[in-house]
Design a protein around this ligand. Structure first.
Ligand SMILES: [Ca+2]
Ligand SMILES: [Ca+2]
Ligand SMILES: [Ca+2]
Ligand SMILES: [Ca+2]
Length: 375
């Protein structure tokens, strides 16, 4: 039973600050900018979800890739406010994490994160951007942790080095037996079944099988093709070595499909799941939807039951994208601004961190990280 007490913000955040001191930079006075950002961080009270409480002593990081300025850090005051000034207009990411202790037995990790596109057009003559961020709790489980689909730097239109990474954020082992991996097509936003473009399945018996364990805190790499893509002449040093991937997608009716004998296959047209296309598990480079389902429904002819979804991530480089899958699976989408053929990847801000809102949960990283998490 939970003790009903008010939230106490862990002083652990202070330890985090001290541990991170070497990262701290003073605010860039020399940058030619007159933009200010004023943010307030809050959480919902555990006892009464109509009550919003400020989060004090919270380390907050903001950074931009538009200018060559280091990340900036500050700590919220007693009212949850933090203030950055002398900034240029730019696209900024805001990230803040802490542990909250609702009682002496529990610790909850919460995040407040947001992507801010602060242009003269969006702000007008108002030089201060003001916002309140409600920090959210992560839902633990087996997660789609990284999606690398946008291609390495190259001018031969190469994007066959795609991979997806799973992460087990549970404190117990989970099993991949019989799970299915889907590339989804546009589905009604309140539908209870999902439309499928591709369907691939792990071996083993869904729900009850125990042959393919994933230990707590471990990553699983699912490669489109499990070889070292650096071996392709002009790509040397620009792409990923997937020869040691944990799994590889293989369509039994794809002509001359690559098959690394040392890497087990996630298969399509295997006598259990079937799709008409004779192609590999390729996702669109800039906009698509990836889903991992428990495999209890694998007949895609009438759609896949939305209740069997373990995790689902929608992504699009376009800020004006029209959503493709139900809000209950993903409230927004990841990847706004991701470039093709630049070696960029999409990864959760923390391993397995998931609020079912990919616009918050994911960041664009400059180099893919198969089997590990970005710094
Ligand atoms: Ca393949
Ligand atoms: Ca294989
Ligand atoms: Ca999710
Ligand atoms: Ca990774």
């Amino acid at each position: 039973m939970k003790t009903k007490t008010l939230y106490h913000i862990l002083l652990l955040s202070l330890c985090f600050v001290m541990a991170s001191c070497f990262l701290f930079e003073s605010k860039p006075e020399a940058v030619d900018g007159n933009l200010s950002i004023s943010l307030r961080f809050t959480v919902l009270s555990e006892n009464d979800s109509t009550i919003v409480l400020p989060v004090a002593d919270l380390p907050v990081k903001i950074y931009t890739n538009d200018y060559n300025i280091p990340p900036m850090f500050d700590i919220t005051d007693d009212s949850g406010f933090v203030y950055f000034e002398h900034l240029p207009y730019a696209h900024y990411n805001v990230e803040a994490f802490t542990l909250i202790r609702p009682n002496e037995y529990e610790e909850i990790e919460v995040v407040g994160a947001k992507s801010l596109n602060l242009t003269v057009d969006s702000l007008g003559t108002d030089m201060t951007y003001t916002d309140t961020l409600l920090m959210k709790q992560s839902k633990s489980g087996l997660k789609i942790n990284e999606i690398y689909v946008s291609g390495p730097p190259n001018n031969i239109f190469y994007f066959y080095d795609q991979f997806y990474e799973l992460y087990n954020g549970m404190s117990e082992t989970v099993y991949l037996d019989g799970m299915i991996v889907l590339r989804l097509s546009k589905t009604a936003l309140f539908a209870d079944t999902l439309s499928v473009t591709y369907i691939y399945q792990f071996p083993g018996q869904a729900l009850t099988g125990r042959e393919y364990p994933v230990e707590p805190g471990s990553f699983v790499v699912l490669a489109m093709n499990a070889f070292d893509h650096n071996l392709i002449g002009s790509l040397a040093g620009k792409t990923v070595d997937l020869s040691h991937a944990d799994w590889e997608f293989y369509n039994n009716i794809e002509a001359a499909a690559y098959d690394n004998p040392n890497v087990p296959n996630i298969t399509s047209n295997n006598g259990r799941v079937s799709q008409s296309s004779r192609v590999d598990f390729m996702m669109n480079m800039s906009s698509d939807v990836l889903a991992l389902c428990n495999g209890s429904d694998y007949d895609q002819t009438d759609g896949i039951n939305v209740n069997t979804v373990v995790d689902c991530v929608e992504y699009s480089s376009n800020p004006n994208h029209i959503k493709e899958v139900p809000y209950c699976l993903d409230a927004s989408w990841a990847g706004i601004g991701i470039s093709k053929y630049a070696g960029e990847s999409l990864e959760r801000i923390r391993p397995g961190f998931d609020t079912n809102n990919s616009g918050i949960d994911f960041v664009i990283i400059t180099t893919p990280t198969p089997g590990y998490h970005h710094e």
